[in-house]
Design a protein around this ligand. Structure first.
Ligand code: NAD
Ligand code: MN
Length: 499
């Protein structure tokens, strides 16, 4: 498919072939910057399609699992070359379908390539360990075996990086995959499938099934041929998937929502803290799982912090993400747009003070796009909805704290625990925070955002459950560990009577 055909009809990729859904139904996605523009038509898949994808994956998994891992790695290295060639096109696909600024989309594609580099090289490691046995003339060691077929179920907010950070480790470990992208972002997913096809992935190892999770999601979790499920999305859906997976005793990892806070202490370098919080709150339009949705500021620096925060937020340019001049792009969908506006309403109703933004941007120049101004609330009641719930939009709530303990208490007062940060020059304060904050990732003098591919990524509490993604943990999730005992003694001997 060439870029010129982007508004065309796209198919599922099952068993190495591009095929239509058994339903005969299609659905459209639109550009959130101008919803009159159709991005493409995609298959509205049903259980029968998921069933064929699982069957193809199950048929191809044994040969793929047997292939030496460095050889699987060389296919991933080829995929990096194809990614490189199609990087610009893929970034534009992200922006026209998800909405984020083109610079963020370009960074996302680069991140996906980093993950492939890390996973491809792992084909020459995938270590187990050896240890002395308690018996003489006995070898004891562990090795990793693939799960077989794994389901990859992903959200719309990182339509390239999140799928690739799941599929790269899944594939290098020898699993065949069934990939179900968010129904809102099938275009980027289709290009990813094309890239793996061109890289020479064997037929059936990589399967793409598009459409709503409600219709095929249960099948992708419950089918007995599925060995594991890697899910990223909302806490609500993730909880259901984890419970279903548990019933079937499957490996499930679920990366879920966040309500991330950045703490600013009196001694903070505001030249770092303010831009870091502006980027964390409003970058990618606040639609990151690691976005900064709360700032917790020690009282001595509050006034100066707020003056600078308000000035820098007002300077942000809002508009179509394809224009590199724009800092903040539209929300990804009409439903996100409505949700964010509802939360802004709750903020005011529950007594918070609106100090910047708060409106949708309408009028001819916005072409019906889903724009909401970067918005800041102060004096936010700690138990209010905007203080407690994930909004997933460009809305920041600011709180005041007495000291580091009070700041960490506020940070921990939500059900989520994905990421957080602190700005301070004091190592004592930084470590008080690092050791007591309830988040899976902690940052000092840096935004709540992001993570490097060779370090584990994930959250505590309602932000996630199961093994961490990325880092060496990813290779543990996508394999079973087998323990081997080999008796090479020359003659029969007394056995242990213990187990
Ligand atoms: P979502 O939970 O609505 O959907 C996620 C995926 O699950 C989609 O592919 C969807 O089609 C599918 N799905 C829906 N119903 C299903 C079912 N019954 N069975 C199986 N699959 C089903 O989430 P979303 O709106 O696409 O994404 C936004 C959410 O993702 C936010 O809460 C955000 O915080 C979270 N997120 C978390 C991380 C992280 O790593 N912690 C990263 C990015 C996004
Ligand atoms: Mn959703």
């Amino acid at each position: 498919m060439s870029e010129a055909q982007s508004a065309g009809v796209h198919k599922n990729f099952i068993g190495g072939k591009w095929v239509e859904s058994a339903s005969g139904e299609k659905y459209r996605t639109v550009n959130p910057a101008r919803p009159k523009q159709v991005v493409g038509e995609f298959q509205a898949s049903v259980v029968q399609d998921a069933d064929s994808a699982i069957a193809e994956a199950a048929a191809s998994a044994p040969a793929w699992g047997k292939m030496p891992a460095p050889q699987r790695g060389s296919i991933l290295f080829k995929a990096i070359d194809v990614f490189e060639r199609r990087a610009g096109e893929l970034a534009r696909a992200i922006t026209i379908e998800e909405g984020k600024p083109i610079a963020d989309a370009t960074g996302e594609v680069k991140r996906a390539m980093n993950i492939l580099e890390y996973a491809a090289g792992e084909g020459r490691r995938l270590f187990g360990y050896t240890t002395p046995s308690e018996l003489p003339d006995t070898a004891a060691y562990t090795f990793k075996r693939p799960l077989g077929v794994v389901s990859i179920i992903t959200p719309w907010n990182f339509p390239v990086a999140i799928p690739v950070w799941k599929m790269a480790p899944a594939l290098i470990c020898g699993n065949a995959i069934v990939f179900k992208p968010a129904s809102a972002t099938p275009f980027a997913a289709t290009i990813i499938a094309e890239i793996f096809e061109e890289a020479g992935i064997p037929a059936g190892v990589f399967n793409l099934v598009t459409g709503p999770g409600g219709s095929i999601g249960n099948k992708l979790v419950e089918d007995p041929r599925i060995g594991g499920v890697s899910f990223t999305g909302s806490t609500e859906i993730g909880t259901r998937i984890y419970a279903r997976g548990a019933e079937a005793l499957k490996k499930v990892q679920a990366e879920l929502g966040g309500k991330n806070a950045a703490i600013v202490m009196n001694d903070a370098d505001l030249d770092k803290a303010v831009p870091g919080i502006v980027q964390g709150a409003f970058g990618s339009t606040g639609q990151r799982c690691t976005a900064t949705s709360r700032a917790i500021v020690q009282k001595g620096v509050y006034n100066e912090f707020m003056d600078r925060l308000i000035a820098q937020t007002k300077a942000l340019k809002v508009g179509d993400g394809m224009d590199p001049e724009n800092d903040v792009a539209p929300l990804s969908s009409k439903s996100q747009f409505n949700t964010v506006r509802e939360y802004i309403g709750y903020g005011t109703e529950e007594g918070a003070k609106l100090v910047v933004g708060g409106h949708a941007l309408e009028g001819a120049e916005y072409e019906g796009g889903y724009y909401v101004e970067p918005t800041i609330f102060t004096d936010v009641p700690e138990n209010s909805r905007i203080a407690q719930e994930e909004i997933f939009g460009p809305v920041l709530s600011v709180f005041q704290a007495e000291d580091v303990q009070d700041a960490v208490r506020i940070s921990n007062s939500v059900k989520f625990g994905l990421s957080s940060s602190i700005y301070t020059r004091d190592l004592v304060l930084a470590h008080e925070y690092i050791n007591t904050v309830e988040t899976g990732m902690v940052h000092v003098n840096a935004p709540t955002l992001g993570g490097e591919v060779h370090l584990p990524f994930g959250g505590l509490k309602a932000s996630g459950v199961g093994q961490r993604e990325q880092g060496t943990e990813a290779f543990d999730f996508f394999t079973e560990t087998i323990t081997a005992y080999i008796d090479y003694s020359a003659s029969a001997r007394e056995r242990s009577r213990f187990i």
